[in-house]
Design a protein around this ligand. Structure first.
Ligand code: NAD
Length: 476
């Protein structure tokens, strides 16, 4: 068994409290013991970060490049090993786990390059003899709060830009996945980054989160998680006049039009709805299908979804791993019941699979209407519905009829409808003939409406959150 300590001011500490880290594929497999930070430890980490940030903000672009690049190189070199740890503690399949680790490595490489390209501007003043320049500076200490479903990619896509723009970090990963956060912290710790610039304080969110949010030395909070927690984080940050960025849930639509290539549509929908056990904020949980292709689509989907292999995340051949924990499994099964009570018809799956892990068969519903709870509330599990639409116009209306706006997809061979959908889908990300989930690491990520709040993450747009602008005037 391994210990997953916290990292405070360059020192590893198990502190006085710890919790077991359990494999969702086999709950008899206790992976390790994870430190659970106290309020005092979180405060120590923030003090250390504030002290170290002063020096780090003065580091050269070359120093930042070298450190971020070294972190990316080690992550990429160890992607199989780290992907195995990720699959073991989070439950996504081994290929998905390895893919996520590789993405984390690429993100660090990307921000290594961005450190060499921190932009600024010089303008002529409206007053004679005066020069104006505009530069980007670090915010200070950034509090990073992450969910369990991308246990290395999300910590990477927040901490890499934070460090790139000269900030210090105090990070709290989700309780269910301390191993991946510890592995990332270990790589960052050995990269040559000055002590105290990156700190890890895992533990209970409702305890640690408010300490970070209320602490005067924390300049901003970058949060990814549920809408409910996100609202609490935003309220706390508003009270403290603190910069905040939230990425939250989704109820992402995938529209399938009569003219779609059926194989492409079924492939995109199965991937988008069920891969990673449906536990992606960008999962396609609502499949909106027009009348002409409806019967063929339902038949093909039902055949493919029923044949998916559910099992141990690390076993070769597994396509769908376990649900993260017992509580989430109960929530998924409850939504299967809710959908049936609302009048939806279960085509396949939706059953608990007995065994030593948290398994359920992927559930697919037909006869659903968009106003039903199953089509309005985020389940965050392997549960998808099919909604019938008369034509493209109705499908677009249904796609946008949600309080969320993260990702939206369409399968069509029509240039006209693809172009219209890209313009009129109310979402931060739009996919044409591609799954709603699965994005590039060098472009912005985020949503509209209830899915996101604040500026975008990733790509060069990350600079908006992780830096602040200073305007200087000088009389020559
Ligand atoms: P969650 O909201 O329960 O927890 C997220 C994080 O917040 C965890 O680290 C948790 O410990 C912490 N937390 C809990 N209470 C807190 C509080 N009072 N103050 C501060 N922090 C607190 O979410 P989860 O179950 O870990 O993740 C699933 C959710 O994340 C889903 O809704 C999913 O859609 C969303 N998600 C969104 C994106 C995105 O980029 N939009 C990506 C992945 C996941």
């Amino acid at each position: 068994m391994t210990n997953f300590p916290n990292l405070i001011d360059g020192e590893w500490t198990m502190g006085t409290q710890s919790v077991p880290n359990v494999n969702p594929s086999d709950t008899n497999d206790v992976i390790g013991q994870a430190a659970s930070a106290t309020t005092e430890e979180v405060e120590q980490a923030i003090d250390a970060a504030a002290a170290a940030q002063v020096g780090w903000s003065k580091s050269t672009p070359q120093q930042r490049f070298d450190i971020l690049d070294a972190i990316g190189t080690e992550i990429l070199a160890r992607k199989e090993e780290l992907g195995d740890l990720l699959a073991r503690e989070e439950g996504k399949t081994l290929p998905e786990g390895i893919g996520e680790v590789a993405r984390a490595g690429q993100i660090f490489k990307f921000f290594a390059g961005e450190a060499l390209r921190i932009p600024g501007e010089r303008l002529e003043s409206v007053r004679p003899g005066v020069e104006v320049d505009i530069r980007r500076e670090a915010l200070g200490v950034i509090g990073i709060i992450t969910p369990w479903n991308f246990p290395i990619a999300i910590p990477a896509w927040k901490s890499a830009p934070a460090l790139c723009y000269g900030n210090a970090v105090v990070m709290k990963a989700a309780e269910a996945v301390p191993g991946s956060a510890w592995a990332l912290a270990d790589i960052i710790h050995r990269s040559g980054l000055p002590k105290g610039v990156f700190n890890l304080v895992n533990g209970k969110g409702s305890k640690i989160g408010p300490v970070m949010i209320d602490h005067p030395k924390v300049a901003g909070i970058s949060f990814t998680g549920s809408v409910q927690t996100g609202q609490q984080v935003a309220q706390g940050c508003a009270k403290n006049l603190k910069k905040v960025q939230l990425e939250m849930g989704g109820k992402n639509p995938m529209v399938v039009l009569d003219d779609a290539d059926l194989d492409i549509a079924v492939g995109a929908c199965v991937n988008g709805a069920f891969f990673s056990t449906g536990q992606r904020c960008t999962a396609s949980s609502r499949l909106i299908v027009t009348e002409g292709i409806y019967d063929a689509f339902v038949a093909a989907m039902s055949k493919t979804v029923s044949a998916l292999t559910v099992g141990d995340a690390r076993k070769a051949g597994t396509q769908i791993g376990p649900v993260i924990d017992q509580r989430q499994l109960e929530k998924d099964l409850e939504y299967v019941q809710i959908a049936q009570q609302e009048g939806a018809t279960l085509v396949c799956g939706g059953e608990k699979i007995e065994g030593s892990g948290h398994f359920m068969s992927p559930a697919l519903f037909v006869d659903t209407a968009n106003h039903m709870r199953i089509n309005q509330e985020e389940v965050f599990g392997p549960v998808a519905t099919i909604i019938k639409a008369k034509d493209y116009e109705e499908a677009l209306k249904l796609a946008n009829d949600t309080e969320f706006g993260l990702s939206a997809g369409i399968c069509t061979t029509s240039l006209k409808y693809a172009t219209d959908f890209k313009a009129n889908a109310k979402a931060g990300m739009v996919m044409v003939n591609l799954p709603t989930a699965g994005v590039d690491y060098h472009v912005p990520f985020g949503g509209t409406k209830g899915s996101s709040y604040g500026s975008r993450e990733q790509g060069r747009y990350a600079a908006e959150f992780y830096s602040t602008v200073k305007t200087s005037y000088m009389q020559a």
